[in-house]
Ligand binder design. Sequence first.
Ligand SMILES: Nc1nc2c(ncn2[C@@H]2O[C@H](COP(=O)(O)OP(=O)(O)OP(=O)(O)O)[C@@H](O)[C@H]2O)c(=O)[nH]1
Ligand SMILES: [Mg+2]
Length: 461
Amino acid sequence: MRERSAPLDDTIVAIITPPGEGGIAALRLAGPDALAIANQHLRSRAGEPIALDPFHLRYAIFHSSNGQNIDEVTAVSMPHGHSYTGLEQVEIFCHGGRMAARLILEELMSSGARAAEPGEFTRLAFINGRIDLARAEAVAELIAANSHASFRASREHLLGAYSEHVAELRDQIVRVTSEVEASIDFPEEEISPASQAEVTHQIESVVDRIDQLLQTYQGGRIIAEGFSVAISGRPNAGKSSLFNLLLRKERALVNPIAGTTRDYLSEWIELDGYAVNLIDTAGIRIKGGKIEALGIERARKIIKDADLVLWMCDLTRRSWRKELEADLKNLPSEKTILLLNKIDLAKEKSETSTDVVPFIRLSARTGAGLGELTGCLSREIHKRMPDLTSGLVVTSARHKQKLGGAVKALRSARIKNQRGESPELVAFELRQATLCLDEITGKVYTEEILGRIFGKFCIGK
Ligand SMILES: Nc1nc2c(ncn2[C@@H]2O[C@H](COP(=O)(O)OP(=O)(O)OP(=O)(O)O)[C@@H](O)[C@H]2O)c(=O)[nH]1
Ligand SMILES: [Mg+2]
């Protein structure tokens, strides 16, 4: 563990726009020589050298070291302490497409800049104290956001209310710790039962607050990772037909031959602002070949991991009730919804033979019942969602683990305090709890933690 260290001396550079054709591409230089390196290459239209002024966007011709005109650009510089990274920084905007940015990048590197690692600009912003670790993680979340909900949550994290809340919880623990530590300094004085009760009370209050935060993770995980819905059932039930219907495109093969879908297919849709991962699985049956058996094994695992299972029954099969009864024994009833499919063909006005799980009657061919199904899906998502207005939602598994660690240490501090164990032991547990929260905001960190977090970033961020 260590405190934030001094920045590196290197000047780093990267193309910060995605590859491919586009109007503009951008490059970022950050480090002590950023301005000097950029100025070497910028000329006016008449060929005069240009020196960038802070925050003034300048038009220029980017020249190679041997004086060749590479591209028309605009460029802006930001002084030390006033940039994303906190270091001296220059941004250059050239024509989009593959070549211009690549040639400029090569020139800047041959003039002394080093290629930036993935996430290195944001890592510098963290090291230089521009943002804390939770906010740095929010940058990656924001870039990866694929729904309105994940965008909103990561933007709130980036704005800092979440970090402030964690800092407040930390302060609360530190206050209790200093009270406990005060009694270490005066061992000859008896600890009064009143002050012992007060310490218990304060610990419980902070445990409650962290617990409340932890409870938002159920929804937070869905916001960050999406809500996964497995479409399963016996072969030929109409799973792929429904998958296509929900996607509004012919993505999966649909065929009257049972066993059409062998592997699984996975696609994303947005429902009510949430990202939903739809998974069309292989039909589950005892017979079938070796490949089908592998598909079925996967389907079982998908059912186990999914947030919700849509189990489809084919109402045109005479034996569907009997089959369903048998199938239900192996299904997680708390997260299963039955879909009674092919109502366009079914003669009987079928109800289910079970009231264990909710059911919806539909036709994947005509689309009848689809509205009821999407309504049901969005209710299932909302049931798991925390209130998002405060911005206080845990979306990261890492944070959940650290908050859990803090609660564990606090509970053990409370027990030790109630048992009248030595204040040193109570204070030790309290400090462990503080450490867990410090690892969320990055007040303390290891290279390993940073490597894991920033390694997931793209180059140029
Ligand atoms: N009439 C009618 N036919 C349907 C309906 N849903 C699916 N089908 C037909 O049933 C057959 C099987 O549909 P699929 O969507 O391939 O079924 P599946 O469950 O994916 O089948 P496997 O991948 O083999 O497990 C196809 O011929 C579909 O056109 C429906 O609601 N009504
Ligand atoms: Mg299929």
